[in-house]
Design a protein around this ligand. Structure first.
Ligand SMILES: [Zn+2]
Length: 368
């Protein structure tokens, strides 16, 4: 949250209050009062971050003012230096210099602004070092103190003391707004240093209680490579609620999900391609025994079901009882395949963008 948000929140809440008061028939405030009030309130809502040396109030404003003040003061300072060098009269030069600075209105203000800005930066640095950001300055107790002091300062300056309340209002809404963020603020300092939140955490952020192990389920899958790819969507969804054992003849297709806890159980077959794959993966296939007593879903699809669910993947989702969830059968490309593709690219040195298509099976008769 930056200073603009804070100022807007402070002024916004006050405007609502004023609108409500007017609606209730209270006398209208003059435009000047509203303008000055908004300025005072806005200052209150950005002053809270004085405990951070990089904030708007501790850095952006003072460094801007310092630059401006130095630009104004540089001519009298140079003139003073020149006078000192030529006359060697320190006291006389100083008297002349001070008379000039404090005699001319805008020079005096530039000098005061310079001092105040340097002071602000120093105070901020000290606050940050001693109290740290979002420390005591962001507490309700401090807000009360600051409001009281602000009221007294306005009163001493023969200004309406109620402007101190506006300053305090800005400060209060600053810490309330910071309390909405994840880090929170120490509202109850010095009684309690713990960082609190303005609102109780939303239910979605409360971590669900651990409900024990997920129920086990066996999915008796299909043979085909394409079918296994489509099955990925259903199995991915099922794994969110179950510990899944999949009966399949393919391991590589499941490489990423195995790492996420999917168990594979080898499905043997005499089908030509599947048998070849089984033979090739016989050492790497993580064949696991099926759990005893777990329910088994046997997945299959027929034309009527595809017509009904709109796609093969949709049908497989419905077979697994997860129809309606996102159908995501995407698969990350393994490093090895990327390296092989890179080798080809290096060899071809293409001038145009290239699409690499790796057929799921490679047969001699398909080499075009
Ligand atoms: Zn803050």
């Amino acid at each position: 949250m930056n200073y603009i948000h804070h100022a807007l929140i402070g002024v916004g809440t006050a405007s609502l209050g004023i609108a409500a008061a007017e609606a209730l028939g209270l006398p209208q405030l003059s435009l000047t009062t509203l303008g000055v009030g908004a300025l005072v309130l806005g200052s209150g809502s950005i002053a809270t971050d004085l405990d951070h040396p990089k904030s708007f109030i501790s850095n952006s404003i003072p460094s801007g003012v310092i630059r401006l003040a130095l630009a104004i003061l540089v001519i009298p300072v140079l003139a003073g230096l020149a006078a000192l060098l030529t006359t060697q009269d320190f006291q006389g030069t100083w008297a002349g210099f001070a008379g000039l600075i404090f005699g001319v209105d805008f020079l005096r203000w530039a000098f005061i602004a310079l001092g105040v800005s340097i002071g602000l930066m120093l105070v901020s640095w000290l606050l940050y070092k001693s109290l740290h950001h979002r420390g005591p300055l962001h507490s309700l107790y401090f807000t009360l103190g600051v409001t009281t002091v602000a009221c007294m300062v306005f009163w001493w300056a023969w200004l309406p003391w109620t402007w101190g309340l506006a300053f305090g209002w800005g400060w209060l809404w600053h810490i309330l707004a910071d309390g909405l963020t994840e880090q929170g603020v120490p509202f109850f300092w010095p009684f309690n240093d713990k960082r609190e939140h303005t609102l109780p955490p939303s239910p979605s952020k409360i971590t669900a209680p651990v409900v024990g192990p997920k129920p086990k389920i066996i999915v008796d899958g299909m043979y085909g490579i394409g079918d296994n790819l489509h099955q990925r969507a259903a199995v991915r969804e099922l794994m969110k609620t179950h510990e899944v054992w999949l009966i399949t003849c393919h391991a590589a297709i499941w490489h990423d999900m195995i790492k996420q806890g999917l168990h594979l159980h080898r499905k043997t077959t005499r089908l030509r391609t599947q048998a070849k794959i089984l033979e090739r993966e016989k050492d790497t296939f993580p064949d696991e025994p099926l759990p005893v007593g777990a329910n088994t879903i046997k997945i299959w699809y027929k034309k009527e079901a595809i017509d009904k669910y709109g796609s093969i993947a949709g049908t497989l989702m419905s077979e697994c009882g997860v129809f309606g969830k996102t159908i995501d059968f995407s698969m990350p490309v393994p490093r090895l395949w990327l390296d092989q593709a890179q080798e080809l690219i290096n060899k071809w040195k293409p001038k145009k963008p290239l699409l690499i298509y790796r057929p799921i099976v490679r047969r001699k008769e398909w080499n075009g």
